[in-house]
Design a protein. Sequence first.
Length: 528
Amino acid sequence: MASDSQDRLELALLASNEGVWDWYVGAREIYYSERVLDFLGYPADKAPNIILQARRYFHQDEVSELRDTFKKIVKKNGDDTLAHDCRYLHPDGSWRWLRIRGVVVRDDDGMAYRIVGSIIDISQRKNAETALKEERHRLRELIENIPINVYYKDTESRFVLANSSTAEKLGADSELDLLGKTDRDFFDKRHADMGRKDELEIMETRVPMLKALQKETYDDGKTTWAETSKLPWLNRKGELCGTFGITTDITALFNAQREMGALADELQKRNVAIEEELQLAREIQQALLPKEVDGLILQDNQREVTVGCRYCPASEMAGDFFEVIPISQHCMGILLCDVMGHGVRASLVVSMLRGLMEKERESATSPEWFLYGVNDGLVSIFERAGVTLFATAIYFVIDLKAGTLQYSCAGHPAPIVIRLGKGKLLQPQDAKPNPALGLIPQAVFATHSVSLDEIDRLLVYTDGLHEVEDAAGEELGIERIITTMENGIEDDLETSLDTLVDYARRHSVEGEFGDDVCLFAIDVGSGL
């Protein structure tokens, strides 16, 4: 019978993964079952007495408490049971958690003479508990330090957990002061009732409310704005416990957006006003351009000169312009100018140039003196203003009586001449380039003359034409312009100019010019 009981005990211990130890108090030897020896990592003949040598085999953080526990149970009429968890140094160098249990056997005088108990390795459980505690600690650290409100409420919408951000938002001293309270303790009745209604619906449907924008009104009348998400709180069995939520105070962002909206409205109004002013300025600028230039004819008994132009500004305020200056019945001057850049600044320079041109009307028959006077005036204005700007220009005088075209360039692209179907640049050999207008005071501008008999068609243009780029970044270039003009020499002047502009637009990336473009052309033919 005793053997059956011993077998059952061993089976029970084996099932529970425990082993037995037995120690006669004070003895050097201690009995360990095979299971305990496995835990300790020693064979029976080398197993240590972990009670007498506790400091050697147990962790310093637990050894003192373990020794105190043994002192209490071995003293006369002391404690009758032992229960202690401690870390044991295994021979392989690792620390193992052991749960030590025991009962005391005493003599008639109450002195402990034997302790019998069990030992089990609980390392896996302890490590899991430690990991769980660490995970909970990290989660709590996160919740406590993120600048958003995190809270849990029971089915009655009472706070059961909250972080310090929530307590601070609601004006409580700590999160503990929130426990058991509801929104009615902090917000006005209307807002609190709305929150309770939302939470009842979430608990009933178990459908979360995500990123809802809410206006919060407190008991003292203060209002804030928040982005709130509320979800059903379920335990691990799927049973409803209440709700939990995450709320972010976006009052500053909301107010900033409202202010930005007001600023945007104000900027829109100002932009409309500016656009109206720019449109008016453009209309004025366009009105100052010569009227009825296309088809203008200068003729006598021997020759006839027909004029045509195309003007394509890139913005409301352009920096390209042209002017036709009537000189006499058989003579006229034509100026084509390109101010650096475009927009309001370029438009202001255009206005200055128009004023300076009027002052130089008396020298309109002499290209070099005309440009000299305009340049000198422009340099003086720029120096007083302390700015560096310039404008390229070409001015030529057509004189039917003399049968010549005199011209002077100020840093401007050379004209293109078509004669007998062949095109070329009108560039005198060994001629030094003249500077642009507005850069050098008292600059000298050379004049060149060509017979009208050497011209069938002449084209002058601003750089916005030949510098237009395609998708690969390749410019249109002068050669393509010359080829297009040669191919269209049989067309009338208006058709030829339209063809050239259309060709340039097709070359550009979006069918538009990135800079102002101005073309001026003349056809020379027989007179009356």
